[in-house]
Design a protein around this ligand. Structure first.
Ligand code: FAD
Length: 305
């Protein structure tokens, strides 16, 4: 079937990215009786995690269960449609966008929301990918409780490592910083870490040994093996979806989509919400931003009538 043959009527909003932020915006817009299409390519950043924490009413649920319940509730609103498909191209401007998908759909929309998240660029350390989201983790508020009082590593260097150690002491006193090469900690930080009995290991990390994603020890390049239960890391990231950049949406210096208090990007009619816009990564925060975007878009639609 050709893309042209699938041309649909115009939507009020096409939401690109149908995970927590996108579904939350879909809920607000469905309740505002807006015609919405949600497109989702099915690759949320937390898909490897056995459990998600720190979301009231959903603490300890699996990421997939939270998303499935959310989707069921959002799709109860008859003006909201969901399609498992990736947006591959967007053209046009405010009030008249055209979105093309990998599946050959072409739709028109008055407003756009990007809730496309980020892609973590995991380092090539053996075992890292298998442990990511299970025992190699990014956030103590999400996972620190489960690893409280256990032998924990921090795979960071310099001030970031120091600040992470200060934070994590709340959860465990068994801390080791792996600078993975020469330390950039200053003398004062080293002294404070020594006072806190936090070890600093500069020898490069060769492998994260694990059982089904659960760390057993860290193997260093000099042959040493250090037992470890959890490791905090902050891998670099890239925007999951390049389309906002192609549309001229500005990014912050840190690489997030720039948005105002209504979640509108630097381009009129184009909104963004969730991890794509903020380093504060949590399901609750993505859901809140989605609600704000839904409200912002609805007001924008009212204003442009
Ligand atoms: C390892 C790990 C563990 C975490 N643990 C927790 C936790 O315990 N508790 C917690 O609150 N938070 C946790 N988080 C953070 C939380 O997962 C994120 O904040 C949240 O998923 C962000 O939601 P989002 O909707 O912005 O993006 P995502 O959930 O990443 O979803 C983005 C969606 O957009 C889709 N998409 C991208 N491009 C396109 C396109 N072109 N077309 C269509 N769809 C597209 C993707 O496929 C994906 O489905 C964790 C994160 C990670 C990485």
């Amino acid at each position: 079937m050709t893309a042209k043959a699938q041309l649909q009527p115009k939507f009020d909003v096409v939401i690109i990215g149908g995970s927590y932020a996108g579904l939350s915006a879909g809920l607000a817009l469905g309740r505002a009786i807006r015609n919405v299409l949600i497109l989702d390519s099915g690759r949320p950043c937390n898909r490897h995690m056995p459990h998600s924490h720190n979301f009231l009413t959903q603490d300890g649920s699996t990421p997939a269960a939270i998303a499935a319940q959310a989707k069921e509730q959002v799709l109860a609103y008859p003006t909201v449609q969901f399609r498992a498909d990736a947006a591959t191209r967007v053209e046009g401007k405010d009030d008249s966008f055209t979105v093309t998908t990998a599946g050959g759909l072409v739709v028109r929309s008055r407003k756009l929301l990007f809730a496309t998240g980020v892609r973590d660029l995991l380092p090539a350390v053996r075992g890292f990918t298998e442990c990511w989201g299970i025992s190699v983790i990014h956030c103590p508020y999400c996972h620190g409780y489960e690893y409280r009082s256990q032998a924990t590593g921090i795979l960071l260097n310099g001030t970031m490592a120091f600040e992470q150690a200060r934070l994590l002491r709340n959860w465990t006193r068994e801390l080791t910083i792996f600078t993975n090469g020469e330390s950039t900690l200053d003398a004062e930080q080293r002294q404070q870490l020594a006072d806190w009995q936090v070890s600093v290991v500069e020898t490069p990390v060769q492998e994260l040994a694990h059982r089904n994603g659960y760390l057993t020890h860290v193997a260093l390049s000099d042959g040493q093996q250090l037992p470890l239960t959890a490791l905090y890391a902050r891998p670099p990231f890239e925007q999951h979806c390049p389309l906002p950049q192609a549309l001229g949406c500005l990014h912050t210096e840190a690489g997030y989509l720039q948005v105002d208090e209504t979640q509108q990007t630097s381009q009129p009619g184009i909104y963004a919400a969730g991890d794509a816009t903020t380093p504060r990564r949590a399901v609750t925060i993505a859901v809140t931003a989605g609600t704000l975007a839904g409200i912002g878009i609805n007001h924008d639609l009212l204003a442009s009538l």
